[in-house]
Design a protein around this ligand. Structure first.
Ligand SMILES: C[S@@+](CC[C@H](N)C(=O)[O-])C[C@H]1O[C@@H](n2cnc3c(N)ncnc32)[C@H](O)[C@@H]1O
Length: 435
């Protein structure tokens, strides 16, 4: 028997499939999305190994109208992508969308997520966006995904933040009380909601904090009147992952959860807070961030099978001997013609390269790359290099100190390259693999 809570969500998305993004939108020039949805990114974060997407098997669970399925296809060339959703109408749109873009070998199935094992496949990457919080119990959903996750596979999932969406949940209580959420919403509920909000003074808190008069029916349906929408805390997110017998890997936008970015002046932090942070686990640090500054609507995470991730020390802790055996790669999604054009211009003008114009998902502040970083990107464009090779190339570019005119030793060049790579790796502009 179908759970009535699942049935009402199913009805809602059959009536108004999500998202209603225009069919001709493409991710080919959206470097942030290509970076986020490319399997290389979480795989590196988990294993510090560089994989490419060729022949990988990817599942988009609850794919809706296929907008992000398209992102997965475009971010992972050579991979086989399958999308499933409980809503027939959504799957119709998803098929149309992918066909429109010429991706004929993407498969779509109408099925509830508990039936995914019936596909009889193990997936390298399972993506499930904006859905876990609609399920009666997200643990059940994640457990099913775990059963079809290949060894070393990655699940990308998310939950709504209870703090960020606090006023929406308050609104749900009101709309339920007013009878607007008895059923999946339709024209009557939408017009009643608009009529109420338009009649209220702008200083009414719920209106001020949540209402956008320009919202179309889809926005009303997935925000104000979203059936079964539930909010979670970071603590609950970790519990859900653990109860699903999975292991947390990282937030997908990890650099946007950095408490140190919340100081007025990074050089003048609270000594007490810094002391607490220095002994906190990742879970505790995320919790502190969420309680201080709940700006992220989604608690967006990667997780995988328990005990698979090697404990790799961060590059700043590597010995010189480690560095001798490091292979350096430019993140594949940064090898984009738009980046190339802008990088070449920056190099020709001796100007900083403002990479945040293209890649900001992974940083909380603007990032400009200077000479050494630009040189690394340029040198790594066509092929990966060892640190030794990169150092030699850098010595050819900068054999003398540009100010003192003194010769630069190999040791000094190595030190400069090492420091640059550590900074670039923290943003995953470059990927470092110890052989
Ligand atoms: C908010 S939409 C997200 C769509 C898509 N993942 C995206 O982010 O663009 C939620 C989707 O989950 C689907 N869904 C909800 N419960 C489901 C279930 N138990 N099994 C499969 N799909 C489900 C709905 O039909 C809907 O398309």
């Amino acid at each position: 028997m179908i759970d009535p809570k699942v049935k009402i969500v199913h009805e809602q998305f059959d009536k108004i499939p999500y998202p209603n993004a225009a069919i001709d939108l493409s991710f080919q020039d959206d470097i942030n999305s290509l970076f986020k949805y490319c399997i290389t990114t979480p795989h590196y974060r988990r294993f510090q190994k560089v994989v490419n997407s060729e022949k990988k098997l990817i599942l988009d669970v609850a794919c809706g109208t296929g907008f992000l399925t398209q992102a997965l296809v475009q971010a992972n060339p050579g991979a086989k992508v399958i999308g499933i959703d409980i809503s027939e109408e959504s799957i119709k749109w998803a098929k149309r969308r992918l066909e429109y873009h010429g991706y004929k070998d993407v498969e779509f199935y109408v099925m509830p997520l508990e039936d995914i094992p019936k596909l009889g496949l193990l997936f390298d990457f399972i993506h499930c966006n904006d859905t876990l919080y609609l399920l009666p119990n997200p643990v059940d959903g994640l457990k099913v995904m775990r059963t079809v996750l290949a060894p070393q596979g990655i699940i990308q999932g998310n939950l709504h933040s209870i703090y960020q969406r606090h006023y929406f949940y308050q609104g749900h209580q009101l709309y339920r009380f007013l009878g607007l959420m008895d059923d999946s919403p339709s024209d009557i509920e939408f017009s009643l909601l608009r009529e109420i909000m338009n009649s209220l003074d702008d200083r009414v808190m719920l209106k001020e904090l949540t209402w956008k008069a320009s919202s179309d029916d889809t926005t009303l349906s997935v925000n104000y009147l979203l059936q079964e929408d539930k909010g979670y805390t970071i603590l609950q997110m970790f519990e859900i992952i653990r109860d699903s017998e999975l292991e947390f890997i990282s937030m997908t936008n990890w650099n946007q959860w950095n408490v140190r970015d919340l100081y007025k002046d990074r050089n003048n932090p609270s000594e007490y807070l810094d002391m607490v942070l220095s002994t906190s686990s990742i879970e505790e640090k995320l919790q502190i961030y969420e309680l201080l500054h709940p700006v992220n609507r989604l608690l967006d995470f990667w997780c995988g099978h328990i005990g698979e991730g090697d404990v790799v020390n961060p590059p700043e802790e590597w010995t010189d001997e480690n560095w001798q055996n490091v292979m350096v790669y430019l993140h594949p999604k940064l090898k984009h013609s738009k980046i190339r054009e802008s990088l070449d211009l920056a190099i020709s003008l001796y100007a900083p390269f403002n990479i945040h114009v293209f890649l900001n998902i992974n940083s909380s502040q603007p990032i400009s790359l200077y000479t050494t970083s630009c040189a690394c990107m340029h040198l790594l464009w066509d092929k990966s290099l060892t640190v030794k090779e990169l150092t030699q190339e850098w010595l050819r570019i900068k054999p003398v100190n540009w100010l003192t005119k003194e010769s630069i030793t190999e040791r000094q060049a190595f030190s400069e390259i090492k420091q640059t790579l550590i900074e670039m790796e923290s943003l995953m502009i470059v990927l470092l693999e110890i052989s």
